[in-house]
Design a protein around this ligand. Structure first.
Ligand code: FOL
Length: 192
């Protein structure tokens, strides 16, 4: 099975969402998400497409105009296989994370990202196939009703900034960034 990366923006208390959406609007973090999840590493065949795996609730949280996430193969997980994807192109529905990961085809697909939500993150992080976690750490006490599982430091180490830039093949701003009154920092965790 192919390893995958969790990508998430979370507060220091691991809050990730409120009322079915994101608790903040951070344009540069969203641009980072789009870049990283779309990028095919320069050493891989450029005809590949990355895969984004998400739970049904996260699918519904993406604004309709951005759904499916363009340039990426979208896999939506729901126990209800009658769930209506409303004809979304380049998107399939499966009923488990295992089936989602099993659908990844090395001939067609590049990197694999689990993009949420709380339940998918929890299932996905528990597997040794979860090789990386890209965390945008948000310094805000904004109210959240949905939480990312705590990252266990015996399973994951914080990568250096150089390792982060090598992974995303891009210059990444180092240290705490400010958007209006919200501080945030791009971090990479690697399974050890
Ligand atoms: N990871 C990070 N770092 N930040 C996030 O906001 C984030 N969000 C999710 C998962 N991982 C994340 C899940 N939620 C879109 C909307 C919500 C969402 C994920 C993606 C979305 O609409 N993305 C568009 C770009 C939209 C824009 O430019 O405003 C895309 O094409 O990726």
């Amino acid at each position: 099975m192919k390893p995958y990366t969790l990508i998430v923006a979370a507060t220091k208390t691991y809050g990730i969402g409120i009322n079915g959406g994101l608790p903040w609007r951070l344009p540069k973090d969203m641009a980072f998400f789009k870049h990283v999840t779309t990028l095919i590493p320069k050493t891989s065949p450029q005809h590949l497409q990355n895969v984004v795996i998400m739970g049904r609730v996260t699918w519904e949280s993406i604004p309709a105009k951005f759904r499916p996430l363009e340039g990426r193969f979208n896999i939506v997980i729901s126990r209800n296989l009658d769930y209506d994807l409303q004809g979304a192109p380049n998107t399939i529905l499966v009923d488990s994370l295992e089936k989602a990961v099993a659908l990844v085809d090395p001939e067609r697909h590049g990197r694999v990202f689990v993009i949420g939500g709380a339940h998918m993150y929890q299932l996905a992080m528990a597997e040794t196939h979860c090789s990386h976690i890209l965390l945008t750490s948000i310094d805000s006490d904004v109210e959240c009703d949905t939480f990312f599982p705590a990252i266990n430091d015996t399973d994951f180490r914080v990568a250096t900034h150089q390792e982060l830039e090598a992974y995303v093949e891009q210059v990444v701003p180092q240290g705490v960034q400010l958007h209006k009154d919200i501080g945030y920092e791009f971090l990479l965790y690697i399974r050890q």
